[in-house]
Design a protein around this ligand. Sequence first.
Ligand SMILES: *[C@@H]1O[C@H](CO)[C@@H](O)[C@H](O)[C@H]1NC(C)=O
Ligand SMILES: *[C@@H]1O[C@H](CO)[C@@H](O)[C@H](O)[C@H]1NC(C)=O
Ligand SMILES: *[C@@H]1O[C@H](CO)[C@@H](O)[C@H](O)[C@H]1NC(C)=O
Ligand SMILES: *[C@@H]1O[C@H](CO)[C@@H](O)[C@H](O)[C@H]1NC(C)=O
Ligand SMILES: *[C@@H]1O[C@H](CO)[C@@H](O)[C@H](O)[C@H]1NC(C)=O
Ligand SMILES: *[C@@H]1O[C@H](CO)[C@@H](O)[C@H](O)[C@H]1NC(C)=O
Ligand SMILES: *[C@@H]1O[C@H](CO)[C@@H](O)[C@H](O)[C@H]1NC(C)=O
Length: 220
Amino acid sequence: MSCSRCAVSFCCCFTIFVAGIIALIVWSAISGYRLPACSVEDFYVPYLNVTDNSTSVRTNHTLYFDLRLKNREPLVGVSYDDVKVTFFYGQNSSLSTPIGNYSFPKFYQGHGKKARRKALVETYGVPWEAASANVSNGSTVTFRVGLSTRATYESCSDDGGCSYHTYALVQGADIDVDGSGRKVDKQGIRLQSAAAAPQHTCRPVFLGLPVVLYFLVLYV
Ligand SMILES: *[C@@H]1O[C@H](CO)[C@@H](O)[C@H](O)[C@H]1NC(C)=O
Ligand SMILES: *[C@@H]1O[C@H](CO)[C@@H](O)[C@H](O)[C@H]1NC(C)=O
Ligand SMILES: *[C@@H]1O[C@H](CO)[C@@H](O)[C@H](O)[C@H]1NC(C)=O
Ligand SMILES: *[C@@H]1O[C@H](CO)[C@@H](O)[C@H](O)[C@H]1NC(C)=O
Ligand SMILES: *[C@@H]1O[C@H](CO)[C@@H](O)[C@H](O)[C@H]1NC(C)=O
Ligand SMILES: *[C@@H]1O[C@H](CO)[C@@H](O)[C@H](O)[C@H]1NC(C)=O
Ligand SMILES: *[C@@H]1O[C@H](CO)[C@@H](O)[C@H](O)[C@H]1NC(C)=O
């Protein structure tokens, strides 16, 4: 059908390609953007490394973390506000006081790109002795990490007009740490949205429209 026509003319192929791109852009614009995917790739608490007996470690109240942020939109860049990271100690700690925090400056991330943010954080108020007793015992202790920022997607058309869509990005995850001082889970720990993000659910519903558009252009 259209394939034979396509073989005849390069111009036709190009039209189909452009129509596909337009369909993708329209799809993104009407269905909302997917929030960036955030995960904790590394988490290390020197004090809880039971194999290290040195006094420098017994007075070390820092924790180290390595955060990964991925822009899941294939065509649109995203601007992050200052990325605020807060840490808590213990399970069910969403209501407890933070033991530490860190803030990364705002930055821009191109479509499909990944970024890593690492830092050493000074902590306050962790019951170190009790935590240490637990991990020495072979059990684990739980930390919680919370991330808070705003993600703004900017899409610009050829005539220079730009539209902006801003979403609150508030996510968190529990991190279990054992006597190695590292997180138990060897893989990255994916942060979950604190509240359900409604723009995810409506996406497949709108998928039909750009597909229809695509084939309309194809057969004109
Ligand atoms: C650490 O100290 C404990 C007792 O204080 C001792 O039993 C253990 O062997 C020490 N570990 C190392 C690696 O020095
Ligand atoms: C724990 O401390 C020991 C001794 O200093 C060190 O060799 C080891 O790499 C540390 N563990 C981790 C997970 O960093
Ligand atoms: C605490 O431990 C970390 C990791 O081993 C190290 O980079 C940092 O310099 C230490 N901080 C202090 C105050 O000893
Ligand atoms: C967490 O805290 C809430 C409110 O304080 C409580 O209702 C809930 O049972 C707690 N969950 C766990 C697992 O402790
Ligand atoms: C962040 O930590 C600092 C101390 O390092 C503290 O003064 C400040 O209140 C904390 N901010 C939040 C939002 O927890
Ligand atoms: C130590 O572990 C026990 C059970 O495994 C738990 O009830 C307790 O809260 C833990 N203590 C700390 C300080 O994490
Ligand atoms: C040792 O582990 C057990 C469970 O594995 C826990 O109930 C107990 O509280 C732990 N002891 C200490 C001193 O944390």
